[in-house]
Design a protein around this ligand. Sequence first.
Ligand SMILES: [Zn+2]
Length: 411
Amino acid sequence: MTSVLDRFLRYVQIDTQSDPNSPSFPSTSKQRNLSNLLAVELQELGISDAHVDEHGYVYATIPANSSKENVPVICFCSHVDTSPDVTGASVVPIVHENWDGSDIVLPDDHKQVLRIGELHDLDTQIGNDIVTASGGTLLGADNKAGVAEIMAAAEILMHNPDLKHGTIKILFTPDEEVGRGTEKVDLQKLGADFGYTVDGEAVGTLEDETFSADAVKITIHGISTHPGYAIGKLENALKIGAEILARLPKDSLSPETTEDKQGFIHPVQFEGIQEKVTLSFIVRDFNTPGLKEKEDFLKKIMEEVLEHYPHSTGDFEVHEQYRNMKEVLDQHPQVISNALTAMEKVGLSPIRQSIRGGTDGSRLSFMGLPCPNIFAGEHAFHSKLEWVSVQDMEKAVEVIVSLAQVWEENA
Ligand SMILES: [Zn+2]
């Protein structure tokens, strides 16, 4: 048996940073170095169909060993890439065994300090073995903790025929961090009924709600003239755009003034010249009808501002981005109830959470694979202070194995 820690330490030393500016797929070919290794290791576990496809996705099947024929096919999914925000080259993982709670100063940059009170959940880890990077890079626990956990669970399931389960699918995706993780996935080929991304934070957490998300683009066509002869004629699109932004509420409806289940309207780009400007927004709400309300509100602001500029016009375009996975998961309550049961069986008190963002799971859910997110133990993502504890990773392995069994028991 290879421990989840051994796997994790090997995987994080492979640079798999993705690139938001690359047009290719996967966005960086180095992601294949890990994907290829994973396929080989799955083969070595006896999973004979494990392979990397032409887009860099790893697909593998753990055959059913249950005599029941109606056990749904379950998929466990993680991403191999790491964030473009912090370098993932030459990662040197350090295991701080039996951590006593004192500050962890990272050796390659003494300004990088993990300190209780400054990092979420760190205070719960005293006595555990904490893995960090060395100060100059991210660690890559997001999402190589999930990758290592799924691999370790696969080994347990393959080597213990007494643990009964249905068909289990494994999927490792590239390019999640640049929002393209599901772009070339072949769900038909995967053939799973339900899935779980293993990419969450604290031990015991289960995330089954995300934002619903739209993008809005406003284009203002003003009236341009020579500024020396503009009196009574010029309608400056830059000023019209600025007025629209100025009318957004100051104390609500923005990312900086909302939390929990509150949504927002968020300008992300403003560009143009006096003749024409475009304003780009993202709109977020946990309820999809709430998106429409916010978009109507924004459109009304645009129309009211334009009333003062009789010759100017505005276009208002809405583009759907993703939807709250809860809309799909509510139709398949066993996906959540089985995950909660699996966590309870390994001694955890599950914590259901919502994400103020989207996941690959939200896209997969609407593509036909209902897919909440379960914890991998990764913390302080996309930073040099990223950390994970060995004990949390071991617990995640137990949850994956238990979940495979719970689906079989409940079938
Ligand atoms: Zn992730």
